[in-house]
Design a protein around this ligand. Structure first.
Ligand SMILES: NC(=O)c1ccc[n+]([C@@H]2O[C@H](COP(=O)([O-])OP(=O)(O)OC[C@H]3O[C@@H](n4cnc5c(N)ncnc54)[C@H](O)[C@@H]3O)[C@@H](O)[C@H]2O)c1
Length: 257
């Protein structure tokens, strides 16, 4: 009988803001499979909420990390090293763009808005993999989260589509670079889910409605379905898979109309 057992694995999950965060669904699934966990949260403001959540995870650590700061990233990995020594799994579930850049005309984006969205949502994967790989002594698995807006136009998704296109390219380049060390890098392209980040996207409710109406499964996905697919990609069950973008979207991506 097959069973995914992560009881000898350590996982670090970047990007938990609340109990609706995709990062939280993934963290819960990894914990249920037996992994030791560190939850990385953005700032002090989120600390008490994360403290409450993490009580449900056996032996989980909490570490602050703002990915817009190199110092914060370095400090986070120093803490990860001192707590765990080595890690096996890294989850990047982070994105941000200014609210005014997630609606209206795409071409209204200014240089600062572009830089912020691309820095937090795409660049951040690179230093996290670089630093995380130093602690992956016996290989490892990295997962990030993307969306179909990387290659198609979803009005309102705007600059985040540009950021996700960059992120998906990074998945391929990083998997090519780190494969020799036994480190795999993949992404899940998730269908729309109600989260804090999603709330900022103009037209999100309509996007979600259309996904449910047009997808082959005729429904939206559930948070737990991302957790389950993540468990597969982060475990040795997917040992032959790297550089892949796996759609978990009730099949919506195959539809033309
Ligand atoms: N919700 C959806 O419909 C959907 C669909 C496809 C992909 N995604 C992707 O899933 C990922 C997680 O988003 P979510 O929907 O769970 O929303 P969320 O708001 O719960 O998670 C986004 C996370 O990014 C973190 N973050 C933002 N700026 C940061 C910074 N400077 N430093 C550190 N962390 C920072 C936030 O604190 C938060 O934890 C994102 O990459 C998002 O684009 C979401």
């Amino acid at each position: 009988m097959y069973k995914i057992d992560l009881s000898n694995k350590t996982a670090v999950v970047f990007g938990v803001a609340n109990d609706r965060s995709i990062g939280w669904s993934i963290a819960q699934t990894l914990a249920q499979a037996g992994a030791r966990l560190a939850i990385l949260y953005q700032n002090e403001r989120l600390k008490s909420r994360i403290t409450t959540l993490v009580k449900d995870l056996p032996n989980a650590s909490m570490i602050e990390c703002d990915v817009s700061s190199d110092t914060s990233i370095t400090s986070a990995f120093e803490q990860i090293r001192s707590i765990f020594g080595k890690i096996d799994i890294l989850v990047h579930s982070i994105a941000y763009a200014q609210r005014e850049d997630l609606g209206g005309a795409f071409s209204d984006i200014n240089r600062d808005g572009f830089k912020i969205a691309l820095d937090i949502s795409a660049y951040s994967l690179i230093p996290l993999v670089r630093e995380g790989s130093k602690l992956m002594e016996s290989g490892g698995s990295v997962l990030t989260l993307t969306f179909d807006g990387s290659s198609k136009v979803y009005p309102g998704y705007n600059i985040m589509g540009t950021a996700k296109a960059a992120l998906e390219n990074e998945v391929r380049q990083l998997s090519s670079e780190y494969g020799v060390k036994g480190i795999r890098v993949n992404a899940i392209s998730a269908g729309p889910l109600n989260t804090l980040a999603a709330r900022g996207i103009t037209g999100f409710a309509e996007m979600k409605r259309i996904h449910a109406e047009k997808s082959p499964l005729k429904r939206n996905i559930k948070h737990s379905e991302i957790g389950d697919a993540a468990l597969f990609l982060l475990s040795d069950m997917s040992s032959g898979i790297t550089g892949t973008i796996l759609p978990v979207d009730a099949g919506y991506h195959i539809m033309a109309v």
